[in-house]
Design a protein around this ligand. Structure first.
Ligand code: CU
Length: 705
């Protein structure tokens, strides 16, 4: 998942630990040199690594500071812990050790190069002031690596309190040890002990530490196993009246709070219209199928109706839609979630929260009014990390009530990454090769881009100017023409482009595939059916939804008085999840099901501040609600109102968003990189007084992620 082990910060921490380790090893060997010449060389070698270590420590601190644009509030936790761990030993190294070692180096230069160093010379190089600061820096960089890799903000009490005293105690111990070593090394009768004697103690200590570590990790792995049955009543609640929110979350007190568990409204009762005759009826059958992509390579797919992607569902705004889901042979079960469309809670299709997974041979009927026009998609929300990747998804287009889609040609492009027999294939739908469509010049076109993969998609439309007319299903106000922009589409997000076909070819392509050079993939629109010369592909300046289009009135904004004001911090760590070692992306330091639910009451105006301290992108998807983006990195949105349901939060970014709690239920609030979600990056938005009779976990059929 995180091949780069937490980006430059993590790599710097790791490299720094190695460099200081080598510096300490080399320092220890100086006293054993067999000649003054060798002693001088060893001093220079140790000094080089010490100075490199100092530089890396400075770079690590500078990198951590630079990453967080929000200032003090954003980088306090981990950084403040690292400053004394790194800065103090580095300062002592520069002020004490380096001058002492350099003086020893100069003194050696005055002796005969080939002679065995005498007692005083050995004593000088074993001076605690010359050696211990570097040893302390090595301890400090181990602790920094621990904090960088194995903890997530907000840092727990033990991790806050232990590191600094631990380093001080360790340094004091090393100081005493070094004084004894200096005494031993400085004795005139001293002779070099045999190699076995020098290594035995160290090896034994290492073996004991390794054994303790293995024993401890096995215990922790067992303890990290998820409960067999996870119901809503098992999750903590943040912001509940009379309950403590977790650290870093400030839920406001609410007067009309009531117990969310036990009595109350069941999510199962929050259905769409049950009786009326539907305007649109669909049946989707989930089944396993071998599907050939355009290149001829085969995918072991899970499909709806044997197609990749599933059938495009097209309805009119205001229609009552009825979809019958049948599961033919998906052994893990399946559900249907209407991504981005705000349906009643019981129709939301989340296994273990709003329904039980539909197992083979069973059916489930969804009924909802398609209230919002725009581009949406549907996908399974049972074992969704695997199910969506293998094909259990399709486009859902809601055409406006006011009339037909303004553009004459309406093309849906679902970007996906298939695991095929030939490895991963980037594709538009099931097309992993260049696809051609003939479009007469002058024709207006709407391109509905849907990112159905787990990663941020970077797309470019070359050969024509266009407007971004909708984001996540909501129209942009006053969109201006653009060209050659890099369109960054959040995993799960949508973007509608509108353009008029020119006399020359137009090419849509993804940065992930070999598009343009060689033209192996992408969507090519040609005026005459001939390929001709492809337009030049330029991945220009990134399109910025925060400063695009014209401002317009919104029902609430940054100055509104909010009923709830929550904070959500993403971080990452190596840890144990459900019995195995995992890269974990955390929400406020925790993973599901330890992540408390964010509690709201109906009609609350809710604000979230979302900070991403990790090195990965996290597309935050809240079910059942549209989020208004207020600001990014402290800067207010200056263009058209930006409504989103799947908001990509990049590394180091900080967003403020707001929404009206107007759709009662228990709603998933999770990262739409479904790999991240399945390793715990999810929680719920829950309305006070709403309960769920469903549960997830090994003792049930339900595994929503
Ligand atoms: Cu994520």
């Amino acid at each position: 998942m995180t091949g780069d082990l937490f980006g430059p910060g993590g790599m710097l921490a790791f490299g720094m630990m190695i460099v200081w380790g080598v510096a300490v090893y080399r320092l220890g060997r100086i006293g054993y040199a067999a000649s003054y010449k060798r002693m001088r060389r060893r001093i220079r070698g140790a000094l080089a690594f010490m100075l490199l270590g100092c530089g890396m420590a400075a770079a690590k601190l500078a990198y951590d500071v630079s990453l967080w644009p929000g200032g003090w509030a954003d980088w306090r936790n981990k950084l403040i812990l690292q400053v004394p761990l790194l800065a103090a030993p580095v300062a002592l190294t520069v002020l004490l050790s380096v001058p002492k070692l350099w003086a020893a180096h100069r003194a050696c230069g005055k002796e005969k190069p080939e002679e065995l160093p005498d007692g005083p010379a050995r004593r000088r190089t074993a001076d605690p002031a010359a050696v211990v600061p570097a040893q302390a820096a090595a301890v400090g960089s181990c602790l920094t690596l621990y904090l960088t890799w194995f903890t997530a903000v907000p840092i727990g009490w033990a991790d806050l309190i232990v590191p600094l005293p631990l380093m001080i105690v360790a340094s004091a111990g090393l100081w005493f040890r070094q004084r004894n070593r200096r005494r031993a090394l400085g004795k005139l009768s001293w002779t070099l002990p045999p190699l076995a004697a020098r290594t035995a103690k160290g090896s034994l200590a290492l073996a004991v530490v390794a054994a303790c570590l293995v024993f401890w990790i096995r215990g922790e792995a067992e303890a990290s196993k998820l409960p067999d049955r996870i119901g809503m009543q098992d999750q903590e609640m943040a912001g509940m009246s009379g309950m403590d929110g977790m650290a870093g979350m400030e839920g406001m007190e609410h007067e009309d709070g009531q117990a969310a568990a036990g009595s109350g409204i069941s999510v199962a009762s929050l259905t769409g219209p049950a009786e009326d005759e539907p305007d649109d009826r669909f049946v989707l059958t989930a089944e396993q199928s071998q599907i050939k992509l355009a290149s001829g390579t085969t995918v072991d797919a899970w499909t709806f109706d044997g197609q990749l992607p599933g059938p495009e569902l097209r309805v009119k705004q205001g229609d009552l839609v009825e979809v019958t889901l049948r599961n033919r042979d998906i052994a893990d079960g399946v559900t249907l979630h209407w991504h981005g469309l705000d349906v009643p809670n019981a129709e939301d299709g989340v296994a273990g929260v709003t329904q039980d997974a539909v197992m083979p041979g069973r059916t489930f009927v969804y009924r909802f009014v398609a209230g919002q026009a725009g581009t949406y998609w549907y996908h399974t929300h049972q074992v969704s990390d695997e199910g969506v990747a293998r094909g259990l998804f399709g486009a859902l287009v809601v055409e406006p009530k006011s009339g037909p889609v303004p553009e004459k040609k309406d093309i849906v492009v679902a970007t996906h990454r298939w695991q095929s027999n030939d490895g991963y294939r980037e594709a538009f739908g099931s097309a992993d090769t260049l696809q051609r469509q003939t479009v007469a010049p002058g024709t207006t076109i709407r391109l509905r881009l849907i990112n159905t993969s787990d990663d941020l998609e970077k797309l470019v439309l070359a050969g024509a100017s266009y407007r971004v007319v909708a984001i996540d299903g909501t129209d942009v106000n006053g969109p201006e023409p653009l060209s050659n922009r890099t369109l960054q589409l959040a995993a799960g997000g949508r973007m509608d482009l509108s353009l008029t076909m020119p006399d020359t070819p137009v090419l849509l392509c993804s940065k992930e595939s070999a598009c343009g050079d060689g033209g192996e993939s992408g969507l090519l629109l040609t005026p005459d059916g001939q390929t001709g010369s492809l337009p030049q592909v330029v991945f220009g300046e990134a399109f910025d939804p925060a400063a695009y289009g014209r401002p317009a009135a919104t029902p609430f904004g940054a100055d509104s008085r909010f009923d709830r004001d929550y904070r959500m911090e993403f971080d990452e760590k190596l840890g144990l999840y459900d019995g195995h070692i995992a890269f974990m992306y955390t929400i406020n330091g925790r993973s599901y099901p330890d992540t408390p639910m964010f509690m709201v009451s109906e009609n609350d105006l809710v604000k979230f501040t979302i900070v991403n301290r990790s090195s990965a992108h996290h597309p935050l998807h809240l079910h059942g609600h549209k989020l208004l983006v207020l600001s990014r990195n402290g800067k207010e949105v200056s263009g058209s109102p930006w409504w989103s349901d799947t908001l990509d939060i990049g590394p180091g970014e900080r967003y403020e968003i707001a929404f009206r709690a107007d759709n009662p239920g228990i709603w998933m609030d999770h990262c739409h990189n479904l790999q991240h979600a399945s390793s715990g990056m999810m929680t719920h938005l829950a309305y006070e007084g709403v309960t769920s009779p469903f549960a997830a976990g090994r003792a049930t059929v339900n595994h929503p992620e």
